[in-house]
Ligand binder design. Structure first.
Ligand code: ZN
Length: 510
């Protein structure tokens, strides 16, 4: 049976893990001294080795003959864990088992001494997906763990893990693996597998993987079956999509929001996630920016898959100022996407904003050194930077048509508080300003004030109309402001709010 490359080449010891030495060295020491922690939290982007290291650690702390802190992979315990015959090591995916009962089952079992191994190890993947009651149940177990118990929690979204859990775990951040490390690993695997992989293709794959070694190996898998060169990679990963992203950028450069939204719609309909469209767009912007500010650093290009000619053409219609501004907009949108209840709308709004960033309408671009332009080219097109100094205030672009209501930007709570200081009773205002009484959060388009005690709840409800009025003045449009009770405050009235919390992955602060 064919085994996927990333499985086949999954590290069997800590020493084989690529690019995470800052973590594996510490874990090996803990195994050597036989002093592991009771709770670990592994964080970092996907494909960087969190689960791999969790499994290695589970084996190493139980291995009969660990070698320099690594599992031996030969003793009966190591082999039993690998084959799944030893049930003392359990892996759970919180994405599909996120309920309180799943965690209670672990809790009930965890008190018993392990059967075959020395320690019970629970690996919980995607731990941020646990429901709030499940987190609470987990917390009780982590607080006073029996001697034989180890939890290894892994997450790509640290901010969704409650602070109460964080404070009880040893935390390790897995880094994106640098492209050159991925590249050499790919060459090594290709050679061992008898794949013909040339250096340029390996470089391209390593950039496309964006720091995830697992993705790089999967991409290599996709390309195998023939000699792997640049063309092979491009056709295997779908060059067509790159062309769409190029056309998208060109329409943005023209300020043509209709076409831009059409392209987004097409990509969306074809099953592409809007976040990844914006990500690719951002990568293309960074590539173009690098052409201006660091010509000759071709090896560091991130988006990959674009021909020199295409980049040259796109670069002609922009400048560093516009690129930087566009990257700001893209970054903001990326952050907003996570919290938005309508991701597509959020992405559309971002494109509309980008359409407004035509070079001439923007701040003076830094002088671009002449040599950054190709020698054969006519002098840099002056339309971009030249008018900036002499021109009067740039004429605002025609207001862009937004097809649906744009998602409102988040309200700034501190500013709103200041404004409220003028109209609220002073005692109420003091209470409202104190985060131990009230916390504020934007969830989708609703602005939620969470009261931490009954007095605070009464105060918020008493002043809700005033708060709404000030919020509307500040935002320039009506803002739905809601009062909510924290756990145990306000009783069942807020059952619907806790659904909202879950839906938006809202993290309660301590
Ligand atoms: Zn062993």
């Amino acid at each position: 049976m064919y085994q996927a490359l990333y499985r086949k080449w999954r590290p069997k010891t800590f020493d084989e893990v690529v690019g995470q030495e800052h973590i594996t060295e510490i874990l090996k020491k803990q195994v050597l001294t036989d002093r592991p922690s009771h709770a670990y939290l592994f964080t970092g982007t996907r494909g960087t080795g969190k689960t791999t290291c969790a499994k290695l650690l589970a084996k190493a702390v139980n291995c009969l003959n660990p070698v320099g802190g690594n599992p031996c992979n030969r003793c009966e315990i190591c082999r039993g864990i690998d084959s799944g015959a030893i049930l003392d090591v359990t892996e759970m995916d919180a994405a599909s088992n996120n309920g309180v009962d799943d965690v209670r089952a672990i809790r009930d079992e965890a008190v018993y001494a392990p059967v075959a191994a020395r320690r019970r190890v629970y690996i919980i993947d995607e731990v941020h997906m646990l429901s709030k009651p499940a987190f609470n149940a987990l917390l009780k177990t982590i607080e006073e763990p029996p001697e034989h118990l180890i939890f290894i929690l892994a997450t790509t979204e640290l901010y969704k893990v409650p602070a109460t859990i964080l404070s009880r775990c040893q935390r390790y951040s897995f880094h994106r693996v640098p492209p050159d490390l991925i590249r050499s690993r790919l060459m090594q695997v290709a050679e061992a597998e008898g794949l013909e992989l040339d250096g340029e293709a390996a470089g391209l794959l390593s950039r496309l993987a964006d720091g995830a070694l697992r993705d790089a190996l999967s991409l290599l898998d996709q390309c195998s079956g023939a000699k792997i060169d640049r063309e092979r990679v491009l056709s295997a990963i779908g060059l067509a999509e790159n062309e769409e992203i190029c056309r998208l950028l060109e329409s943005l450069q023209r300020g043509d929001s209709d076409t831009a939204l059409d392209i987004l719609d097409r990509l969306y309909q074809s099953g592409k996630d809007v976040a990844s469209v914006l990500e690719q767009l951002a990568a293309l912007h960074r590539d173009l920016l690098l052409r201006f500010v660091a010509p000759g650093s071709g090896g560091a290009l991130m988006s990959g898959g674009y021909s020199e000619g295409v980049l040259e053409r796109l670069a002609r219609n922009t400048d560093t100022g516009s690129l930087l501004a566009a990257l700001d907009v893209l970054e903001e949108a990326d952050a907003a996407l996570d919290r938005s209840s309508d991701r597509r709308l959020c992405a559309e709004l971002c494109l509309v904003r980008l359409c407004g960033l035509k070079p001439a309408a923007f701040v003076p671009a830094p002088q671009i050194p002449a040599q950054t332009r190709s020698a054969e080219e006519p002098p840099a097109p002056e339309t971009a930077a030249a008018p900036a100094e002499s021109a009067p205030e740039p004429v605002p672009e025609e207001p862009q048509e937004v097809r649906e209501n744009p998602a409102p930007p988040a309200l700034d709570w501190q500013t709103l508080l200041e404004k409220l200081g003028e109209s609220l009773f002073i005692g109420d205002h003091m209470m409202l300003s104190d985060p131990s009484n009230v916390t504020a959060a934007q969830m989708g388009d609703v602005f939620v004030l969470t009261a931490r005690n009954d007095a605070a709840l009464q105060m918020v409800e008493r002043n809700l109309d005033r708060i709404r009025t000030e919020a509307e003045k500040l935002a320039g449009h009506p803002v739905p402001v809601k009062a909510a009770g924290a756990d145990g405050v306000g009783g069942d009235r807020f059952a619907d709010m806790s659904n909202l919390f879950t839906q938006f992955g809202f993290k309660e602060e301590e």
